[in-house]
Design a protein around this ligand. Structure first.
Ligand code: ATP
Ligand code: MG
Length: 395
């Protein structure tokens, strides 16, 4: 016997001529999310997806599907032969399963796609409804506002019954809106920013700056682990590791201390833009949030932003730390983010970072170091890893 899951999508139904493109992407993403639970089979029919899967994988499949953006809800479905007796028996089982208290109200809602079935939809509603009312359970029919709805779909070969709907993550299927580059530190914010990019359908590649030997394998493992959490929402991720130590050393040696953070972040943005162009990624994403730290004043964000022309999206800009933390817990990145490993930025935090930087002064400081050459060298030494959406991690 196989279990069936009915998957409904939301926003994508509104996308007019793009609809087939959206539906195909979602189908691909569903298949990718379920990899490892073979054998399964996904069928697309009448604006919904049906997943056939072995019963022991049912729970795991629902959990995976709840993270696939574009899905609004998932219902476990019982498939029965096209006979009234079998349909009534399963409807009764569903009612018994859901029966929580005397006086429970229900409604039977039948859809008959197979017009050769000898009973019309209202007839099926009535026959099944009567059986349920006479089941010995204390129930009532309420067609307007029932506690539970027993859905019956009469199809070509089988009838499908379901009454429970589990929420999906909503949003848009990853890949439909475009591609972006996420600047991922080991902190709490940037993984949440990545999740928000994915939620609006943007496929992301990830860039992380590290400073060996000051930052060790621990920092990299943390970032690998964060990417792995994100793959459950967005599929396979290309992670680019850029060495940043030399740039940091040079800035520290030759530039005024209060400017260090702002200058480092300008260097990060320059490199990020070049990488994004090489990889044909249209936007940069960061986890910046206004006013959270000294480098995130409006003035600092402005001068950091001014070194690139590519759009920089900051989905967390208006969130408080508490809100970001709550979301990080919800999506599963928080526990990884709080592991104690040094991020390259936290290594050289000056005691009094500038909060109202002056562009001319920053540019003068940058002239003291061969910035272009340093950025190019870091790009030349970039290491790329592919993080797969499997429990084992990398392919
Ligand atoms: P986070 O919690 O994401 O680390 P933060 O509040 O600590 O953010 P900053 O350290 O100022 O803030 O970093 C701001 C943003 O810059 C991060 O959200 C991230 O997008 C990017 N960033 C910082 N450090 C790195 C790094 N080592 N590699 C890649 N991106 C980074
Ligand atoms: Mg940080």
């Amino acid at each position: 016997m196989q279990s069936l899951l009915l998957i409904r999508y939301g926003e994508i139904a509104l996308k007019g001529k793009n609809r087939p493109f959206f539906e195909k992407k979602l189908l691909k993403n569903i298949k990718e999310a379920l990899r490892g639970l073979e054998p399964f089979n996904v069928i697309f029919q009448r604006g919904r997806y049906f997943v056939k899967i072995s019963p022991q994988d049912n729970y795991a499949a629902i959990q995976k599907l709840q993270k696939v953006f574009g899905i609004v809800s998932i219902s476990p479905v019982l498939a029965v032969p096209l006979e009234m007796e079998a349909i009534c028996r399963q409807a009764l089982l569903l009612l018994q399963e859901q029966y929580g208290r005397p006086g429970l109200t229900f409604k039977v809602a039948t859809r008959r796609a197979n017009k050769r079935f000898p009973h019309t939809s209202p007839e099926v509603n009535r026959i099944v409804g009567e059986i349920l009312l006479n089941s010995g359970l204390e129930t009532k029919v309420d067609v307007h506002n029932p506690d539970i709805v027993i859905n019956i779909e009469i199809r070509e070969k089988e009838a499908y019954l379901f009454c429970r709907s589990l929420p999906g993550s909503g949003g848009l299927p990853v890949g439909v809106t475009g591609r972006g580059l996420l600047l991922l530190s080991g902190g709490i914010d940037s993984p949440v920013a990545g999740w928000m990019a994915l939620k609006r359908g943007v496929k992301i590649e990830v860039l992380h700056f590290h400073s060996p030997p000051y930052t060790g394998e621990g920092a990299i493992n943390k970032v690998l682990e964060l990417c792995r959490v994100l793959t459950a929402y967005g599929g396979k991720i290309n992670l680019h590791l850029a060495p940043f130590g030399e740039i940091q050393q040079q800035i520290r040696r030759h530039c005024p201390e209060p400017l260090l953070i702002t200058l480092m972040r300008r260097a990060m943005f320059r490199l990020a833009e070049r990488l994004a162009q090489q990889r044909e990624l249209g936007v940069i994403y960061t986890g910046e949030s206004l006013g959270q730290v000294a480098s995130q004043t409006l003035e600092n964000l402005t001068v950091i932003n001014s070194v690139v022309t590519m759009p920089v999206l900051r989905p967390l800009i208006g969130f408080d730390k508490e809100e970001i933390t709550a979301r990080a817990r919800e999506i599963g990145t928080y526990a990884v983010s709080i592991r104690p490993f040094e991020d390259c930025c936290t290594l050289f935090v000056p005691p009094h970072p500038v909060t109202r930087p002056d562009s001319a002064i920053l540019e003068a400081a940058e002239e003291k170091i061969p910035l272009d050459e340093l950025v190019n060298r870091s790009l030349d030494n970039l290491e790329t890893r592919i993080i797969a959406n499997t429990p084992g991690g990398e392919p």
